[in-house]
Write a protein that binds this ligand. Structure first.
Ligand code: PMP
Length: 363
């Protein structure tokens, strides 16, 4: 039998694939609009697709377990050294490395209410205590997080922007927070949505690495880079932290295809810029539409938006029947909210039309 701390873990509810939902709902998969998992609606960079093609003949061989080429490209991109980078099978993987390397029975991890669901999962899976701190204005409350740190706390998880609320700590507040965290506590700053941040609010977090040996940044190719299906993410941290993370990962955790595609995507700044523009325009389209429908939302710095709808489960079903998939976030402590990912213009329009019609039905 699994230990009690494993049995106590609440399973992570992933969004269902389009095909499965289409079958369940009796809909044509081509007509379904999926705005449920904060994916890039533009799809992957064409350069990434070419890179995938190029490595197909090599598939009988194991990937480069050290990820040398991708890490070299990332080191140049971020102005860090290769030994400060750890690659993961998605950034979820590196979040788990942090838990495996720094947590265990008799330790605790601190994170905010409404924080990304993987933090408690990763902590509990290794027998650590998960300390959830009340949020402030739906986001991380740095003062409350600091106060919650106990003697046995070894990791603080903080997503900036946060999913599913899209909230952001301003650079100064974030820096002030990191300065106050005791050095024996690892600060895992999850920057999965970093690329979407306008320059004036984007924290210069990579430059903080030299000052804080207990700072670990996580980034991903799943969001703005459009490679969620390939699973590539990474940590940027002090070489000593990287050394520990590397010890707890599987030797070939990132596939050949994923490494090649990520490297190509990193080099396609044009595709990245387009993705960010589409998100900015789509965010305005959706917030305008929600206002018109008289709905309130939480201002978001990500590629998604959570809005208040009352009976979210019923509205989720109504939208589903209209071929639009969004995400209920009751498991994040927000039972009256739905999260919608920002899509292409026509997808956002489909969502708003379906929502208007579903609200009409509710009346
Ligand atoms: N952190 C946050 C805040 C996220 O929202 C997500 C994706 N939902 C991840 C990490 C993990 O993404 P991935 O494993 O695809 O890199």
């Amino acid at each position: 039998l699994a230990p009690a701390y494993v049995r106590a873990i609440a399973p992570y509810p992933p969004g269902k694939p389009i095909g499965e939902l289409a079958r369940e709902m009796g809909l044509n998969p081509a007509e379904i609009v999926k705005l449920a998992s904060n994916e890039n609606p533009l799809g992957p960079s064409p350069l990434a697709l070419e890179a995938v093609q190029r490595c197909l003949p090599e598939l009988a061989r194991y990937p480069d377990g050290a990820g040398f080429e991708l890490k070299t490209a990332l080191a140049a991109h971020h102005g860090v050294t290769v030994n400060q980078i750890v690659l993961g099978n998605g950034s979820n993987d590196v979040l788990e490395f942090a838990a495996r390397a720094f947590l265990g029975p008799g330790t605790s991890a601190v994170f905010s209410q409404h924080a990304f669901a993987v933090y408690p999962l990763a902590a509990q899976a290794v027998g650590a205590r998960a300390i959830e701190v009340p949020a402030r204005d739906f986001g991380n409350d740095p003062v409350a997080l600091l106060e919650a740190i106990e003697d046995d706390t070894r990791v603080v998880f903080l997503a900036n922007p946060n999913n599913p609320t899209g909230t952001l700590l301003a650079p100064q507040a974030l820096l002030h927070f990191i300065e106050q965290v005791p050095r024996e506590v690892l600060v895992v700053l999850d920057e999965a949505y970093y690329e979407y941040l306008p320059a004036e609010v984007a924290p210069p977090s990579t430059t903080w690495l030299a000052r804080f040996p207990n700072l670990m940044l996580t980034r991903t190719f799943s969001k703005a880079y459009g490679l969620a299906g390939l699973r590539v993410g990474y940590a940027l941290c002090h070489p000593d932290v990287a050394d520990m993370l590397n010890r707890v990962r599987q030797p070939f955790n990132v596939s050949t295809v994923a490494q090649a595609a990520a490297q190509a995507a990193l080099g396609d700044s044009e595709h990245l810029t387009r993705s960010i523009t589409i998100n900015r325009v789509g965010m305005a389209q959706i917030t305008t539409g929600l206002t018109r429908l008289g709905l309130a939302w939480i201002p978001s710095y990500g590629n998604f938006l959570s809005f208040c709808i009352g009976n979210a489960t019923a509205m989720y079903q109504r939208l589903l029947r209209r071929g639009v998939i969004v995400r209920p976030i009751a498991n994040y402590g927000l039972p009256e909210y739905l999260r919608v990912s920002i899509g292409l213009e026509r997808e956002n329009e489909r969502f708003l039309t379906a929502l208007a019609s579903a609200l009409e039905e509710q009346r």
